[in-house]
Design a protein around this ligand. Structure first.
Ligand SMILES: Nc1nc2c(ncn2[C@@H]2O[C@H](COP(=O)(O)OP(=O)(O)OP(=O)(O)O)[C@@H](O)[C@H]2O)c(=O)[nH]1
Ligand SMILES: [Zn+2]
Length: 206
């Protein structure tokens, strides 16, 4: 294939982002895995696969280079006396389980009851992705997101609920599709006050 061709005239859009170099031993590890799985890493279709797999894993695990707390560094003094729940619902995310390195695909609901500060709403999703793009178990992911918001925003309450499907359960092993794992972490008023807890769970649709 001629790499210099640009038939669509879209320049960089066609070329995509610059590719990071892949260390030899990383590519070799993928070749070893392909061989062990039963295929020939030297055959035409698999020749560039080790580099692709390595770069894909850098992308899946980009959270290791993303400090979640940084996304909550820009906080605003409470806006216009707003003192009700802020909820970001149905945030899709992707992670990988630390046991099998298989995809965890799901959605998260993240809420807080402000104290003196609020944060740009996109930042809640950024915190989620910074923790999700690592090797995880769902319980720890849930706790890390909640703790990060609690520590940095100092709100009156935090509630995080995550529902996800684990490919290590659907594509292998017990092979049971259609199962959702649900985890939650309630802090402050959402843990201590029955009415607040019920209100947030109703808003989340849980
Ligand atoms: N609690 C929890 N378990 C998880 C998560 N992701 C994967 N697992 C489970 O981790 C367990 C690992 O069990 P092992 O017996 O060590 O591994 P395995 O022999 O591959 O187990 P099977 O998946 O049952 O075949 C499995 O039961 C997985 O379902 C997660 O996020 N939270
Ligand atoms: Zn797993």
């Amino acid at each position: 294939m001629d790499d210099s061709s640009d038939a669509g005239g879209n320049g960089d859009l066609v070329a995509g982002p610059a590719k990071i170099p892949v260390p030899h031993e990383v590519a070799e590890a993928v070749r070893t895995l392909i061989r062990w799985a039963g295929d020939d890493p030297a055959r035409e279709g698999l020749r560039e696969t080790p580099q692709r797999v390595a770069r894909a894993w850098k992308e899946y695990c980009a959270g290791y280079g993303d400090d979640p707390a940084i996304h909550l560094a820009r906080i605003f003094e409470e806006v216009g006396g707003y003192d009700e729940i802020v909820l970001l619902k149905d945030i899709p995310f992707q992670s990988h389980c630390e046991h099998h390195m298989a995809p965890i695909i799901g959605k998260a609901h993240i809420a807080y009851l402000p104290g003196n500060y609020v944060v740009g709403i996109s930042k809640l999703a950024r915190v989620l992705h910074a923790f999700a793009r690592r090797l995880q178990v769902q319980e720890r992911l849930t706790a890390e997101v909640a703790d990060c918001i609690w520590d940095n925003l100092k709100p009156q309450g935090v509630a995080v609920v995550i529902e996800a499907s684990h490919a290590c359960m659907t594509a292998r092993g017990v092979r049971t599709p259609g199962v959702a794992m649900v985890t939650s972490r309630m802090m402050g008023v959402f843990r201590d006050d029955e009415r607040s807890r019920k209100e947030i769970l109703a808003l989340m649709g849980c």
